[in-house]
Design a protein around this ligand. Structure first.
Ligand code: DX5
Ligand code: ZN
Length: 221
């Protein structure tokens, strides 16, 4: 049996109070911290790097940190995030010249490894590296920004991916990222996802309403 995990994306957190925001979502029942790294090259936005991951560890965060690299190239930042206390590191296969080597680099550093597939990226990228994967992340929006709408074709892709992972015999997590809300998460889970990234649904709820409203958002997911 596989258990579900909620992974708040700190892309939508208040960066001026990041430690407190992360403490709050974890206290509210979040399982892992989703950490979006954008380089203004692979994606048209710029966010946070290894120093901020290290700062969260120094702040006392012990939960798994799930680093989603939207950068090109990937290998140097993989090494830097291993040193900065990452738990899981995923990257987009189009952004690495040597996918197998980059996955191995992550595992050699003691982290869990995963590939991220954009909405139009084929599942074939998984075929010959299944033994090196701890997680597959399907993007349900085009990467770069929070607050976008869930792309409905992701549901069929989740079902196909789940079948592929189950057939492989490996224990590989299936994460989904983009546009996940209270009102679509059940359908997304039924399609085969077990780990759910949610940014704006969690953090924007808190800022628009009472200070602890994300409690109820996470509880209802
Ligand atoms: C988008 C990021 C996502 C984003 C999700 O490129 O990878 O993690 O923060 O945000 P929401 O949940 O608002 O779609
Ligand atoms: Zn992400």
């Amino acid at each position: 049996a596989r258990f579900f995990r909620i992974a708040p994306s700190i892309l939508s957190a208040d960066f001026a109070r990041l430690g407190e925001e992360v403490d709050n979502v974890l206290a509210s029942g979040a399982d892992i911290v989703h950490f979006d790294v954008m380089d203004n090259h692979y994606v048209p936005n710029l966010t946070i790097g290894p120093m901020v991951c290290k700062a969260l560890r120094d702040h006392g965060v012990t939960a798994p940190i799930d680093v989603h690299l939207m950068v090109k190239p990937v290998d140097q930042l993989i090494s830097d995030f291993i040193d900065a206390g990452a738990s899981i590191i995923t990257f987009h296969p189009e952004a690495s010249d040597h996918i197998d080597r980059s996955l191995q680099l992550i595992r050699d550093g003691g982290c869990q490894a995963g590939l991220v597939l954009n909405p139009a990226t084929p599942l074939g990228y998984l075929d010959y590296v299944m033994d090196k994967l701890d997680m597959v992340l399907l993007m349900s929006v085009n990467p770069g920004f929070g607050g976008q709408a869930f792309i409905p074709q992701t549901l069929a892709k989740l079902r196909d991916t789940r079948a592929k992972l189950d057939a492989s015999g490996y224990d590989i997590r299936l994460e989904v990222d983009g546009g996940i809300k209270i009102d679509n998460i059940a359908e997304v889970a039924a399609a085969g996802a077990d780990t759910f990234v949610a940014g704006s649904a969690i953090f924007k709820a808190r800022r628009s309403e009472d200070p602890h409203d994300y409690d109820s958002v996470i509880a209802r997911m």
